[in-house]
Design a binder for this molecule. Sequence first.
Ligand code: NAP
Length: 490
Amino acid sequence: MTLASVLNLHPDFSDPALHAEGHYIGGHWLPGGGIPVTDPSTGAVLAEVPDASVEVGLAAVEAAAAAAPGWRATPARQRSEILRRWFTLMTERAEDLAVLISLENGKALADARGEVAYAAEFFRWYAEEATRIPGEFRTAPSGANRILVDHEPIGVSLLITPWNFPAAMATRKIGPALAAGCTVILKPASETPLTAFAMARLGEEAGVPPGVVNVLTTRQPGPVVAAILADPRVRKLSFTGSTPVGRQLLAEAAKSVVSCSMELGGNAPFLVFDDADLSAALDGAMVAKMRNAGEACTAANRFYVQDGIHDAFVAGLTERMAALRVGAGTDPMTQCGPMITAKAVAKIEALVTDAVGRGARVRTGGAAMTGAGNFYPPTVLDNVPADAAMAREEIFGPVAAIYRFSEEAEAIRLANDTEYGLAAYVYTADLKRALRVGRSLESGMVALNRGLMSDPAAPFGGAKQSGLGREGGTTGILEFMEAKYYAVDF
Ligand code: NAP
């Protein structure tokens, strides 16, 4: 069954032009097969996408390098307007993109719609930033000369993205790269390539010149990516994915000293103090845990709840989690879709079994669902011991693990007891405490009395082994630029 025939059956999917299946290189669509894309709610094959060889990877470098001088010389205003048109097209086709994301990723339509809006915003934000690239002019402290700092596009950039936000993780890289004047090669995750190809179609329609954006999929990311990084014309690797793969790619990029931005895994703590507004904390907990059914790098992985509010929080969260409707993402009634793969379900099962074996109590859920599809039910565990494997590893699923604490210092120590440092959440009515705790948390982002922090206008990224660099905000564009300093004598 082809993607087109599946999607044509779907009442919400109106635009056959988005049914792109093929590598997109140098403005050409190159058909092929070899990588099946499946619907995680049924296991049915939706489509096949091509499996790039090393040669195809190098052809993409060639195309991006050939387009680079022209794109770099294109006035910022013109680059900006192309990005802005791409934003408009994504917004106009938001429902089609949401259905596509929901089909290949499994996430609930409401989450997919939220992702499309978030993803498109990166194009709007960087359409604005393209015309405001900063520079510097100072007098040297010695007084002998002037210091002039210019920012130039870094060059051909390789963008590698994960499956959990197939649209947003791509636009968060393409937006700043194109705004900066770089040409790109995007390698989306094998599980969710259809969204990336559909967005490339929209990019074409928006007027992105051939070769400025190239998209390929491969079953052998190791050798293909290694060959691309070894080409001296490639000057940037921007990766979003797991910490283990990020480490491997840092080592690969080191061979040719390629600049790296790394958005890696997380293990977010969610701290609830006695004085927190319980209802607001529960609302925030549901967003921080259940957006994307828990398959988010910012997902609350460990709930630390103070003694006085603990029991009410456990009862409230259990009630809300147990009431969620589990089902196929494209069913409009679904609130929790399937996990991406059977392997992901098995990992969640193993983490829950380990925690329960060490004394955690199951308040709701707690066992994988039988039947077709990769379903795991919303689950709440309390009394989770600090030595449970889920205290150290990303659960990446709809499991809320609750730990109890008494003192602020203890909560901070537990929250920081991880190699990760991406996101953290704090709920308290005391502003002084919120800021004090926020400053003590070893993470790149802190949400204070909020369950959601992602915003294209803010710097997104992690400390420790959660990554290097920031995406979004006013600094995100500099990840795709090289500073050039001129020592100037008048
Ligand atoms: P992953 O396994 O690391 O894969 C991410 C991407 O890397 C995919 O495109 C994958 O391609 C590719 N890849 C895998 N092995 C590779 C290799 N040896 N060489 C080159 N590329 C390789 O991660 P995932 O399972 O897709 O995503 C989940 C992870 O991403 C979680 O850890 C999550 O926390 C993290 N994440 C972080 C952020 C953030 O902003 N910090 C955002 C979202 C997700 P294939 O699909 O073809 O294997």
